[in-house]
Design a protein around this ligand. Structure first.
Ligand SMILES: Cc1cc2nc3c(=O)[nH]c(=O)nc-3n(C[C@H](O)[C@H](O)[C@H](O)COP(=O)(O)O)c2cc1C
Ligand SMILES: [Zn+2]
Ligand SMILES: [Zn+2]
Length: 649
């Protein structure tokens, strides 16, 4: 056996190894010499990522005077500013809790009113009360200089909706700050939605006013309280989260005899979800609702005695599309990092299945825009699921019904692997593995209202030495889920131990014929092959994709890709463009793009170029020693230091 220490020192070819001090000294020297070159060439004005970016005089005055206003071009400052702030995240996300929470607020000042940006004929609704600027000239004088000459939105789509507020606006501003439009290009994109699953204002209003009706959920939830002849989902312990904010039960409008939540007098009955925003049912919905209506007629004819949740589920299951997922490469749901621009990158490298970031069901039910943003789907995501988190059958079932009628997805996944305290303590995530009753009610309930397959993501268990997955999996299958993904670690373990693939293999057998995807520690095609040999139906890759998104190509082509630093830089450029497209090319969008890029770089820097390794492949749990890359960019990309990442260009 080779000792761990020996192993580590031989991981990289000797000639690339260096010490921490030498590594940082090299980068520092490089940085200084580059800064000097820049000064001599006097290119600072053109330099988008320079820390001492020149600002227009009006802006500079404010910078000097105001302590709140920060230079918009400096992400270094944004990071530092945010590091000082208390962590005010509404919920801890993923494993990456120590990352700075960045919520820049300086762009609130000197913002241009939407009425001006949109160039709408109507006057600003808020009149003299409006806190935003209405004079474009005044706005432009205070606006920091552009970050580049080319606007990706204008270049790609022929129109930049951010107009004068775009940080690349000179690419599309004409006389008097008129926003130039390339009509030909605009036409090419007409009628081709790039991103789906947006929350309409109208639905948001209905959700906020609790004017959305959840017929199917109500039917299911009504049965939960009754004794059930089959299964044990219906019982007295069917407690729910009715007390949770933002929830209502619309059954009252249908003459509910059970006295659940009666609408206050004068309150209109909520509209039914099956009716589209415009009041007409789209084709797919017509098909589905008529099919369901027939099915329920059938059930009233044939069923003797009370309709149980089991009956409802059977009706739905027979209509469900099958999830064709065997042998596919599944990019894991990844809070924060698994954003739409990142998923586009992974799709290009060969990921087959993608999933939105975990969304909290109660937030979706309240119509929170930020939560709905997690459901967005790029048109290149051809096998796409959304992941939900929740602890109670009522909210989870309603949420599933809501999404079933309003967004396009191929499956819905329940996150029963989430380890974070905030979720766990409320009984959600991993905690559901120990709450069999609630777990069953959630799976059956969601399944009964969904037309698409329902999948469940679990861990080995909660405690390190107490495996639960093998007990839970046959139940999940019986309750009607279409697939399970098993992350081979317990909640307690987090990432401290290697994933237990022997146990995953055992569980895959138990799950059959229900497909089981294995998840944990895959960073190379060899890892992927070993994983597939355990008998799983497919594999899910999380950190491996964050560290090297081209892993999907490597697995499909069964090779190691000794990718160059320039090729890696191109990936970052693509991410930037996708980010500006997704989050916007105004200051807010630019900062979001930066924030998410920095989050991602904290993983990307862990990649060790294949050409530098003594033995291939790199292992996910190996801590790389300090090493020098084959060029400056490669070394920069290996740094763990945020200050170095922002020099990548
Ligand atoms: C940054 C980050 C965010 C994550 N977010 C989620 C999430 O939203 N939902 C989820 O089910 N798992 C999440 N996970 C867990 C992964 O999906 C995966 O189960 C885990 O990382 C193990 O796979 P790996 O060894 O390939 O990384 C997250 C993991 C990371 C590193
Ligand atoms: Zn205004
Ligand atoms: Zn633009």
């Amino acid at each position: 056996m080779i000792s761990q220490k020996f192993n580590e020192s031989t991981l990289l070819r000797c000639r690339y190894l260096t010490s921490k001090d030498q590594f940082h000294a090299y980068l520092k020297a490089k940085r200084e010499s580059r800064n000097q070159e820049n000064n001599q060439d006097d290119v600072r004005e053109e330099d988008p990522s320079s820390n001492d970016q020149t600002e227009p005089p009006a802006k500079q005055m404010k910078l000097d005077g105001g302590d709140q206003v920060r230079k918009q071009g400096s992400q270094e400052e944004v990071v530092k500013e945010e590091e000082k702030k208390p962590q005010e995240q509404k919920r801890a996300r993923g494993q990456n809790k120590s990352r700075p929470c960045m919520k820049p607020n300086h762009y609130e000042k000197d913002r241009l009113c939407q009425s001006v940006i949109q160039e709408c004929a109507e006057k600003c609704y808020f009149g003299s009360q409006c806190r935003f600027l209405h004079d474009v000239g005044e706005y432009m004088a205070a606006k920091p200089s552009d970050l580049g000459d080319s606007c990706v939105l204008f270049k790609t789509f022929g129109k930049c909706i951010y107009g004068v507020t775009c940080r690349f606006a000179r690419a599309h501003l004409g006389e008097d700050y008129r926003n130039i439009i390339n009509e030909d290009l605009v036409k090419q994109w007409e009628g081709k939605p790039l991103v789906r699953n947006s929350l309409s204002k109208e639905l948001q209003q209905r959700l906020r006013k609790k004017k959305v009706c959840f017929d199917k959920s109500s039917e299911y939830l009504r049965h939960l309280g009754k004794p059930s002849s089959t299964g044990n989902a219906g019982n007295k312990a069917a407690g729910n989260s009715m007390g949770e904010k933002g929830m209502t039960n619309c059954t009252a409008s249908k003459g509910n005899a059970e006295g659940v939540d009666v609408l206050p007098p004068g309150e209109e009955a909520p509209e039914c979800l099956a009716v589209s925003e415009k009041g007409e049912a789209p084709e797919s919905m017509v098909l589905q609702s008529s099919c369901l209506a027939d099915a329920s007629k059938d059930s009233t004819l044939k069923t003797i005695g009370p309709v149980t949740d089991e009956d409802v589920i059977k009706l739905r299951l027979c209509e469900k599309k099958r999830l064709a997922i065997q042998g596919k490469l599944y990019l894991a749901p990844l809070t924060t990092c698994g954003n739409l621009p990142f998923r586009r990158i992974c799709k290009r490298f060969g990921a087959d299945v993608t999933c939105g970031e975990m969304a909290v069901c109660t937030n979706l039910l309240q119509g929170q825009s930020s939560e709905w943003a997690l459901l967005k789907r790029h048109y290149t995501e051809d096998l796409f699921g959304v992941q939900l988190e929740g602890a109670f059958p009522d909210t989870m079932t309603r949420c599933a019904e809501l999404l079933n009628q309003t967004i396009e997805m191929d499956f819905v996944d329940i996150n029963v692997g989430c380890p974070i305290d905030l979720v766990y303590k409320k009984g959600g995530g991993c905690a559901l593995m120990n709450r069999s009753n609630k777990f069953e009610q959630i799976v059956r309930g969601m399944n009964s209202v969904l037309d698409v397959p329902l999948t469940v993501k679990i861990r080995t268990g909660v405690q390190e030495k107490v495996n639960l997955a093998h007990k839970v999996i046959p139940n999940i299958r019986r309750w009607g889920a279409s697939m399970v993904t098993l992350h081979g670690r317990s909640r307690e373990q987090r990432y401290t131990k290697v994933a237990d693939w022997e146990y995953i293999a055992e569980c895959a057998k138990l799950a059959s014929p229900m497909p089981l995807f294995g998840n944990g520690d895959i960073l190379s095609y060899e890892d992927a092959n070993r994983a597939m040999q355990t008998g799983v139906s497919g594999i899910m890759i999380a950190r491996g994709a964050l560290i090297k998104p081209w892993i999907f190509t490597e697995v499909k082509e069964q090779r190691h890709w000794d990718i160059s630093s320039n090729e890696r830089f191109d990936i970052l450029k693509d991410f930037t463009n996708y980010g500006l497209e997704h989050w916007g090319s105004d200051t807010q969008g630019v900062e979001k793009t930066r924030k998410f890029m920095l989050e991602w770089l904290s993983f990307l820097c862990r990649y060790i170029p294949a050409g530098l390794l003594e033995y291939l492949p790199q292992k996910i749990n190996e801590r790389p020693p300090y090493y020098m890359g084959r060029d400056y960019l490669e070394t920069l990309m290996a740094s763990q230091n945020v200050d170095d990442w922002i020099k990548i260009r």
